[in-house]
Every structure is written in C-alpha cells, then in structure tokens.
Design a protein around this ligand. Structure first.
Ligand code: SF4
Length: 380
C-alpha cells in the first residue's frame, strides 16, 4: 500500500507506469491539498488508473479555459446527455454532430430540431478529397503492374471522384465498405473529424476539454468497463488536457427517456418506427431483426446502399464490393462457399428468414406491420 492507500494491480502497472517504483513516486507526489484535488484523485483511482491521468492531477491550470464538448448523434442517449449538460450549466459548451452521410433523413431533421429548440449544434464532416486524389494519381501504374485491364482502370478513373458524402467517399478511397472486422468507419467518420476540427484547435490554444460521451453500461459488457472519467490526452506543447466524461454511464433506457420528457423534448421519431438504435442506416453491426425492419420500412435506404455497392464495386479491382461481408448471411454461405458476396438486397431477403437462413418466416415478416413496434413504448 502506498501512503495514499492504493493497491498496485497488474492493470495499473500496464497503464503507462515504467515500474512499481515510478508508480509509488508519482502517487506520492499527487497534490491532495484541497477537497477538489482529493476528489479528482479519487476519480483517477476508480477510473482508468493511467499514468497520464495521474500526471494531470499535479499539473497547474492551463492558460485557457475549459470547454465542454457534447457529442450528439441524434440518438436517445446523446440527446439525454445534451439535456444533462444544459441542466448542469456546463461552461463553454459546444454540441457537435459528426455527420457520416449515411444517416436516415429523419435523423438529420431531428438533429436540426434539437439545434433549433434545445441548443445550437455544430455539424462536422470528414473530407476524403485528398486521399481520393492520391489514389487517382497512383492507380493507373499500380493496377497495371498487377495485371488489371486498361478497361477496368479507365472505368475506375471515370468514377473515382469525391461525391461529398463522407461515408461513400471513405469507401471509394478504401475500395471497400467497413465491416465488423474492419471497423474503420467510426474512427474515420466520427472520431478523427472531431479530433481534427474541434479538439486539436482548442488544445493547441491551451484550453482543457471535457468530452461528454453518451454511453451506458447496460449497452454492452465492454461499455460496462468504461470509467466515468479518464484523462485521455495531454498536449505536449500547451499541457492542455482532454478528459472523457461519461455521466450517464449508470443510467437505464427509462432514465434516458425520462430526461426527454422532463425537458419536453421529443425523441428521434425513428424509435417509434421500430428502430432500437439510431445511427447509420444501416450500421455495419445491424442485427437481423433491424435489417428486416429497415427493408420493410425504409426501402429507399436499401436502394441507396445498393447504388453505393455498384459504385464502389466499379471502382474496385475485384469488380465486387458489398456493404456486408459474406458471413452476414451464414445460412447461405455455410452450405455453398462459391456463392458471390451477398449484396444488400440479398441480405434483406435473408433477414426475412427464420433461424438457419433458408426458410421464410411469415410470422416474423408479418410482425413488422404498420403497428408501432418500438420496444420503448413511445407511442402511447
Ligand atoms: S453507426 Fe455503425 S456504420 Fe456508422 S460509423 Fe458507427 S459503426 Fe460505422
């Protein structure tokens, strides 16, 4: 035990400390001269226990102010988070929506509604024009060296231009769609633009950032392990700090909707149309029942994805690119490995089937009727 009564666990030693001696030295140097500093020290102990977080405890306040950045997705959790930040009077508040270009139109309208009636929301977008330009410049020589025909090269060059849609441009640049194994979408479309366009300028100016995140422990086992507070980054030049803050970590879904009701804010209408979560339409993680719902309720989104599949395929060496990987429809591919990758329409057809993926399940199909099927009971 150290003088500050902390157990040294393996986890702590892997959190950036060189060894036990360094851990003891830094813990011993922790500034506990005020109740506020003691509280932050306790938060660090129950949080990530990282060296960066511990170093931050002793740092003098930076020259700039403290900015509260609220990430808004148009979903229920981030809306409750925004309302909580307003309730708490968070200083220097910015609400930020990272537009993937792959959201449902009702989500765009909902974010606008929040921006108009609750708090102004800044929309940011990733831009892959430079990456696509580099790919265009290198493509002819590279593909020719690999024996790709001139016809394919010409076809790709004719189509390979930025569209202005972040999700589609990301796929054109990568030559493929993201997948559950190659999850580059949230990093490229949400995390990186927020870092580059919002966080970095503030940190470079010496301003600390509290990054509010609307995640809840009961969403997944990995989220349940997240700390409520953690120091994620310290700018080498300005010493400004970036903290992640997850104040609704222990909230239930009911708490989240209660927050909407308390402030008279309507939830995203997609929930009352059967969607259990709001985000990309569809998300690469979409479950079978969600895909069934999307196929029945939002055929225009399926048609858009089918069009994207054609475009990305025409810009790819393999002439093929599908939104979902082959293992999305395990029933079909389990028995026939020679089948082509399933396009979005095939995946939607598969979503209508019962377990096993071969027989149509009429009860499941009829279930998604005109009645409200929101699992949150939003339409009383
Ligand atoms: S919502 Fe899904 S598809 Fe969209 S960025 Fe996040 S993980 Fe990727």
């Amino acid at each position: 035990m150290s003088e500050h009564n902390i157990n040294i666990s393996g986890a702590l030693q892997t959190s950036g400390f060189a060894d036990e001696a360094e851990f003891h030295a830094l813990v011993g140097a922790a500034d506990l001269s005020s109740p506020d500093k003691v509280a932050r020290f306790e938060q660090w102990k129950s949080g990530d226990g990282s060296k960066a977080g511990l170093l931050a405890l002793n740092r003098q306040p930076t020259s700039g102010g403290e900015h509260n950045i609220i990430s808004v997705s148009g979903g229920k959790d981030s809306t409750a988070l925004l309302l909580l930040a307003i309730e708490r009077g968070a200083e220097n508040m910015q609400a930020v929506f990272a537009d993937t270009g792959h959201e449902h139109q009702e989500t765009y309208e909902y974010v606008q509604y929040l921006s108009d009636t609750v708090f102004p929301i800044r929309t940011i977008r990733a831009d892959f024009s430079a990456q696509i330009a580099t790919k265009r410049a290198n493509l002819p020589a590279r593909w020719a060296a690999e024996g790709i025909s001139q016809d394919k090269i010409d076809r790709a060059l004719a189509l390979l231009h930025p569209t202005g849609n972040p999700f589609l441009d990301l796929c054109l640049w990568k030559g493929r769609f993201p997948s559950t194994r190659a999850r580059f979408c949230s990093e490229e479309l949400k995390r990186n633009p927020i870092i580059a366009q919002v966080q970095k300028p503030l940190l470079a100016a010496g301003d600390d950032i509290i990054s509010w995140q609307g995640v809840r422990a009961d969403e997944s086992p990995s989220r349940a392990l997240l700390p409520e507070n953690e120091c994620k980054f310290i700018d080498n030049d300005t010493q400004a700090e970036l903290w992640n803050f997850r104040p609704i970590l222990k909230w239930t879904v009911e708490d989240v909707f209660a927050m909407h009701r308390k402030h008279g804010v309507k939830p995203n209408p997609l929930y009352s149309k059967g969607m259990t979560r709001v985000g990309c339409m569809p998300c690469i993680h979409a479950r079978k029942d969600e895909l069934l719902m999307i196929g029945q309720r939002f055929p225009e989104e399926v048609a858009r994805v089918a069009e994207w599949e054609r475009l990305v395929a025409d810009c790819s060496k393999r002439d093929m690119s599908t939104f979902f990987a082959a293992d999305k429809t395990p029933g079909r591919h389990k028995t026939d490995f020679t089948l082509p990758m399933p396009g979005i329409y095939q995946v939607i057809e598969w979503a209508k089937t019962s377990r096993g993926g071969t027989n149509f399940d009429m009860f499941r199909i009829q279930d998604v009727g005109p009645l409200c099927s929101s699992i949150y009971g939003l339409c009383e």
